[in-house]
Design a protein around this ligand. Structure first.
Ligand SMILES: [Cu+2]
Length: 168
């Protein structure tokens, strides 16, 4: 049996060595409810929000984000400074998502920051985002621009009708 086991082990080792890089591919990573918004026209900033689900059996870390909608794209989060003021800062070390877990990118928390929009983002436009992931293949998804959407919770205007034009 020892010989047989050795052969099996060798075969398994050869298989794992030969396995393509996408063996733990994006089929296990799901993006839900993606949308984008802008804080102004071309050259201004925008952000992308979504929920990422790691349906795989090992932990991953989102290390970077890219999009052709902006000159610079960063993983951001909000942090309270010494004066109690919420500030946006770049996330260092990436965003971990444990196996079987989901992680929200949402208003007032983690988000994909679009800095220097290359075009105006109007409602219904599509922003394509690619996430670089440690532990999985890159994931590319489309986020539809919805500038009227309110934060999911805690928003002062949460009772307002979605899609209602702001008065200005
Ligand atoms: Cu930001």
């Amino acid at each position: 049996m020892t010989m047989f086991r050795t052969l099996l082990t060798a075969a398994a080792a050869a298989l794992s060595l030969a396995a393509p890089a996408f063996a733990h591919g994006s089929g296990e990573i799901h993006i839900h409810d993606a949308y984008a918004r802008s804080m102004g026209g071309m050259g201004a900033s925008g952000a992308v929000f979504f929920v990422i689900e790691n349906a795989g059996d090992h932990d991953i870390t989102i290390t970077a984000a890219a999009s052709d909608a902006a000159e610079m794209v960063q993983l951001h989060t909000h942090k309270e400074d010494a004066n109690g003021v919420m500030q946006m800062i770049e996330i260092e070390g990436g965003v971990p998502v444990a196996a079987g877990a989901s992680h929200p990118f949402e208003r007032g928390a983690d988000h994909v920051m679009l800095m220097g929009l290359t075009r105006e983002l109007k409602d219904g436009d599509v922003v394509t985002v690619t996430l670089t992931i440690d532990g999985a293949d890159p994931v590319t998804f489309d986020a539809v621009v919805d500038n009227a959407r309110k934060p999911a919770e805690g928003g002062m205007n949460g009772h307002q009708m979605n899609g209602q034009a702001p008065s200005n």
